[in-house]
Design a protein around this ligand. Structure first.
Ligand SMILES: C[S@@+](CC[C@H](N)C(=O)[O-])C[C@H]1O[C@@H](n2cnc3c(N)ncnc32)[C@H](O)[C@@H]1O
Length: 243
């Protein structure tokens, strides 16, 4: 495997695999590394030893078969999230709230150019990354808290993968120490921001379909009439609420 392809793995042992690939490169008798390359690989090793995700080291993540630029200011898009794409591309207009790297909204647009897509995030650093990934594409990008500055009535579908972690201390090291807390911390019971969005859409009398990615254990807290969508691992991962 080439170094450049490590980030494409969907494996929990990615850090260990990355180490072995870097080691193969370092010890390869058929290729003499330049001093600058040796230095770079040694530095990668140190970072992997500290459990830094390989995606942050290579500044790349794979989502739905495409490569996205990422850095420590955005969540590494997860493979589970890919399961929502076929549902989103059924709509002719989609908002991706809390877009992070832009992976979901950008993928929707790439899958079907005719869909009207808007992506947003409360983090200006995430917006910067999403903008870079969406360069040259006809996608609206808004820096805002939930739906504040978004013309929601122009869109039929809203997707959001908002932070839903209730106990930040329970997270594994590679997540807790490296991924941005603004993308993880869901506040009270881990569901504060999600509940705020559900309420906001009622208050604004929005008409459309809301699709939310959630912690499967939090789904029961949502009292609205909802349809549940599973991810590829069989977990109840998304809910669909019609407004
Ligand atoms: C779990 S990450 C999801 C990132 C991306 N959608 C993905 O699936 O890879 C949550 C994102 O929501 C954003 N966020 C947190 N609170 C928000 C809010 N009140 N309004 C808008 N975005 C918010 C974070 O900055 C972060 O980018």
């Amino acid at each position: 495997m080439k170094i450049i392809d490590i980030f494409k793995l969907q494996n929990k042992d990615k850090i260990e695999i990355a180490k072995s690939v870097f080691k193969d490169v370092y010890t390869n008798a058929n290729y003499t590394l330049k001093p600058s390359e040796r230095k770079k690989i040694k530095a990668y090793f140190k970072r992997l030893d500290k459990k830094e995700p390989v995606e942050y080291i290579l500044k790349k993540a794979n989502f739905y078969g495409r490569t996205f630029f990422i850095n420590k200011n955005v969540l590494i898009p997860r493979v589970e999230t890919e399961n929502i794409i076929p549902h989103l591309i059924k709509f002719d207009s989609v908002i991706d709230i809390g877009t992070g790297s832009g992976a979901v909204g950008i993928t929707v647009k790439k899958e079907n150019q005719s869909i009207n897509v808007l992506i947003s995030d409360i983090s200006i650093k995430a917006i910067y990354i999403a903008r870079k990934n969406a360069q040259g594409m006809d996608i609206k990008i808004i820096h805002t808290d939930l739906t504040d500055k978004i013309p929601i009535n122009e869109y039929k579908c809203i997707f959001a993968n908002l932070p839903y972690i209730s106990d930040m201390n329970a997270l594994e090291e590679s997540v807790k120490n490296y991924e941005p807390h603004i993308a993880l911390d869901g506040g009270l019971d881990g569901i504060e921001i999600i509940l705020r969005l559900i309420k906001e859409l009622h208050t604004k009398k929005w008409k459309g379909t809301l699709l939310l990615e959630m912690d499967p254990q939090q789904i029961a807290i949502i009292k609205e009439k909802k349809e549940i969508i599973k991810d590829q691992f069989g977990y109840n991962r998304f809910i669909k609420i019609n407004y």
